[in-house]
Design a protein around this ligand. Structure first.
Ligand code: ZN
Length: 199
């Protein structure tokens, strides 16, 4: 096996993907470079284009190549209900698993003082600005069911109280330590429907 060189570099970079270990990365690299070179070129091109053009939605902070994402730009969506999630992947998960037709607010992380992630990094001032406008009637706190996710939900609930907006948390069924992205559709759909008002 090569200790250095381009092939080695490709394998190493593929290893940064979730669920991809050294063996799988090696198979992917050989597949792309040996048998599937046209597709490898297309993949490299589209990745560069995506990196250059995809940014964050100005309203909800999810990933999009437009100023507003498809959901924020859709006039049929309910602007009075906003679901707060940790990542753009969670938006996709909820869209696929539930019949939610409101808007989202994507934190792009959770409170983690040790990693230097505070309210500014999560856009909480933008969220507060949105609540202050008075259109939002319900905030669904769908942060992960982890210590950090719960702490983040707690802080956002304080904002909701301040602006007299009702806040709810996903019902049981989301396991402790559970990340939304990995919960099966049925469980998430159930937890979503059974969300409870935070007292
Ligand atoms: Zn948006």
């Amino acid at each position: 096996m090569q200790k250095k060189g381009l092939l080695r570099d490709v394998i190493q970079h593929l290893c940064c993907l979730p669920g991809v270990g050294p063996k799988t990365a090696q198979r992917m690299a050989f597949q792309l470079l040996q048998r599937n070179r046209d597709n490898a070129k297309a993949l490299a091109d589209i990745l560069l284009k995506a990196l250059a053009e995809i940014g964050h939605c100005q309203q909800c902070r999810t990933l999009t190549e437009n100023t507003l994402c498809e959901i924020c730009a859709d006039p049929s969506r309910d602007t009075t209900t906003v679901c707060v999630v940790e990542s753009p992947a969670d938006v996709w998960t909820i869209e696929q698993a539930t019949l939610f037709k409101g808007h989202y607010f994507v934190l792009n992380g959770h409170l983690s003082p040790l990693d230097g992630i505070g309210p500014d990094e999560l856009g909480l001032d933008e969220l507060e600005h949105l609540l202050a406008k008075g259109d939002v009637k319900e905030l669904i706190l769908a942060t992960n069911s982890t210590l950090e996710g719960d702490a983040t939900a707690y802080v956002i609930n304080e904002l909701a109280i301040k602006h007299k907006v009702e806040a709810s948390r996903l019902a049981s069924g989301v396991p402790m330590g559970g990340e939304l992205e990995y919960i099966d559709r049925g469980t998430l759909s159930h937890a979503f429907k059974g969300r409870r008002k935070i007292e």
